[in-house]
Design a protein around this ligand. Sequence first.
Ligand SMILES: NC(=O)C1=CN([C@@H]2O[C@H](COP(=O)(O)OP(=O)(O)OC[C@H]3O[C@@H](n4cnc5c(N)ncnc54)[C@H](OP(=O)(O)O)[C@@H]3O)[C@@H](O)[C@H]2O)C=CC1
Ligand SMILES: CC(=O)N[C@@H](CCC(=O)OP(=O)(O)O)C(=O)O
Length: 345
Amino acid sequence: MTIKVAVAGASGYAGGEILRLLCGHPRLGSGELEIGALTAGGNAGTRLGEHHRHLFPLADRVLEETTPEVLAGHDVVFLGLPHGQSAAIADALPPSTLIVDCGADFRLEDPSEWTAYYGGDHAGTWPYGMPELPGNRDVIAGASRIAVPGCYPTVSILTLLPALAAGLVEPAVTIVAMSGTSGAGRAPKVNLLASEVIGSVRAYGVGGVHRHTPEITQALSRAASLPVSVSFTPVLVPTSRGILATCTARTDASIDDFRSAYEKAYENEAFVHLLPQGEFPETGSVVGTNMVSIGLSVDERSGTFVAVGAVDNLTKGTGGAAVQSMNLALGWGEGEGLATVGVAP
Ligand SMILES: NC(=O)C1=CN([C@@H]2O[C@H](COP(=O)(O)OP(=O)(O)OC[C@H]3O[C@@H](n4cnc5c(N)ncnc54)[C@H](OP(=O)(O)O)[C@@H]3O)[C@@H](O)[C@H]2O)C=CC1
Ligand SMILES: CC(=O)N[C@@H](CCC(=O)OP(=O)(O)O)C(=O)O
């Protein structure tokens, strides 16, 4: 059987990353996967190659309008659209279509949190596309609707999860995460011009107002089985891909306690790499991979647990998690088409 896949928002960064990964997917080569409709908004009617010059095999594909009619007839539909656009499309497609949404619309469980951070009505809640969360792999495997996590939540949750699940830190965490500009999408914005970004680093969404705060809180509170308070500060840095998150919490546990909790939690996780003691990650090592790389420390003088995580926001932070979730939901090998080896220097 051939699985036919459509990508809505194919001219954007998330859609482009999904296509990059699908082009290298082994099921494409074996004929079990076919890339069908590629859609966009204002760029409908143009060639994909105008937008993603690295997607050579698909360069001459013409982008279509993003409508339920164009997306109908596919087994899998990836949505790489701005927030708020997914529900109308999902409602118009049959329940049997596997929809993998890179937007935030279906990530949150609490409607009041949605309204507080995004405004408007909550569309609903879909299975969260992070297989590494305890028990979540089976949920994704049986799903036909999947909400891909946000990029900052991906690295923040996986960097802190074992510490909270094992009760090794107080349930109050601080995350300061630096992101490259691709995290903000491809649409032109003055604050993302090279002249505004190069040679400068700036915090934004300061003071608990960033919309990823409730998403991180939701996952970490579930892991800890009690409410966790999250202070999250994003920082924009002059690079394209990658997020480096420094996560801290009060502790009286030892580094050995943390290492055994993290080793146990992640011993079978192909996409989480725990660095040896004394080593800390960098974004350069994860670019293009589906990996989250984590380093651990305990600052004994201040009683602080310090964990540093790195992720490629477009791969494990979006497109990679989307493909990983698709693989699981289709019963394919979870890691098919996903790199665990980066590009360096
Ligand atoms: N960038 C990242 O690191 C991450 C992104 N995401 C999420 O993925 C989604 C896409 O983000 P990203 O790729 O960065 O954004 P981009 O701005 O790069 O791409 C947006 C895509 O949506 C299309 N689009 C915009 N408006 C409409 C519309 N009204 N109707 C149909 N299509 C439309 C655009 O088409 P056109 O070119 O024609 O305008 C483009 O293909 C968002 O929900 C984002 O939050 C999630 C995690 C990380
Ligand atoms: C650098 C930058 O601007 N990053 C984006 C996060 C992108 C992402 O993961 O988010 P969603 O899928 O939730 O939109 C931001 O802070 O809004």
